[in-house]
Design a protein around this ligand. Structure first.
Ligand SMILES: [Zn+2]
Length: 326
């Protein structure tokens, strides 16, 4: 049984998290009080039966520290967890982490090195002042209360397309600044904010061997296709998908020799770049259209029940040890 007070706190916490997920522009939230709220609201499961019943997103969403185990990405990008995670320093020599209260700056150590390397090299080349880092993963990965389906195994990182200012942002700014949207609509880039350096940054990220995919909004892929000269094979990894007009998403391959980490299929568009049919599909109406309602609905047909929430048993068995670890 919950007391009314703890249900209220849970509600308050969930509302704050939901707002943060929606990138609400001006929430003057204080990180310390959010932490306190989350401390009080987090239900502590006492028995393994309680842990088994708890939705996995709640169980992983309440983890504050990584599992003290050997670093492992366990499962697949959208169904798994993370052991031995490393946090990227919130202020690096060529990057800053945004939305600190979300505590999603954790990744497999090899992903963290890759993001840091990308930041340093693009800065050294004079192409990009520094990365503003969005979500990576939770301290023990797993499903999240808000936001992504993926980012569960510490191999996905979101990087804002907003250039980093030449100063250290305060925690409050990192909570409140809105990311710059790079598109005018679903077909057109906004030339007032989009630059060649954006393209150099995305190309540099895609060219890492360990990078499996980069997700961008369709008109961003279209710009890259128009711009890229010479070796265009890296474009195959840059995948158009909605929801990526203010950030791009770096997805790393499973680190070599890591048992239990599942790679996705390798993008292999017929034209070698995905700039033909694949892009044309994303620039068409088709993927954006809402599904048509059934013209002759059967009134006796029972409403489909929402699937029960994913619990620990729906994740790879090793994720139990990740939760149980100190
Ligand atoms: Zn992402």
């Amino acid at each position: 049984m919950h007391s009314a007070r703890s249900s209220f706190l849970t509600f308050a916490l969930l509302s704050i998290i939901a707002l943060a997920g929606a990138q609400a522009p001006a929430m003057g939230q204080d990180i310390t009080s959010l932490e306190m709220l989350s401390e009080m609201a987090a239900e502590s499961p006492k028995t393994s039966a309680e842990i088994n019943k708890m939705p996995a997103k709640k169980l992983f969403g309440r983890q504050k520290a990584p599992a003290d185990l050997k670093a492992r990405a366990i499962g697949s990008y959208a169904k798994g967890c993370l052991a031995g995670a490393k946090a990227i320093p919130v202020t690096g020599e060529a990057w800053q982490v945004m939305r600190l209260s979300r505590n999603r700056m954790w990744g497999h150590p090899q992903l963290i090195s890759l993001v840091e390397d990308l930041a340093r090299k693009s800065k050294a080349a004079g192409e990009w002042n520094g990365l503003l880092i969005g979500d990576i993963s939770q301290p023990r990965g797993g499903p999240m209360l808000t936001g992504h389906a993926s980012h569960q195994i510490g191999l996905d990182a979101d990087v804002w397309l907003t250039p980093m200012p030449a100063r250290v942002l305060t925690a409050k700014e990192r909570a409140n600044i809105s990311a710059t949207v790079m598109t005018k609509n679903r077909l057109e880039i906004n030339p007032k904010v989009w630059t060649e350096n954006h393209m150099k940054l995305i190309r540099r990220a895609a060219k890492y061997d360990q990078v499996a995919r980069i997700f961008v909004h369709p008109p961003i892929k279209a710009e890259l296709c128009k711009w890229a000269k010479g070796d265009r094979s890296w474009l195959a990894k840059v995948r158009p998908i909605y929801g990526h007009n203010y950030h791009f998403h770096i997805r790393m391959k499973c680190p070599a020799g890591l048992a239990g980490c599942k790679n996705q299929w390798t993008p292999n568009p017929k034209d070698g770049t995905g700039c033909g049919d694949e892009l044309a599909y994303w620039m068409s109406e088709v993927p954006w259209k809402p599904k048509k309602p059934d013209p002759k609905p059967n009134p006796n047909k029972p409403k489909p029940k929402p699937p029960p929430p994913l619990t620990l048993s729906g994740l790879p068995a090793e994720c139990r040890a990740v939760i149980a670890a100190p």
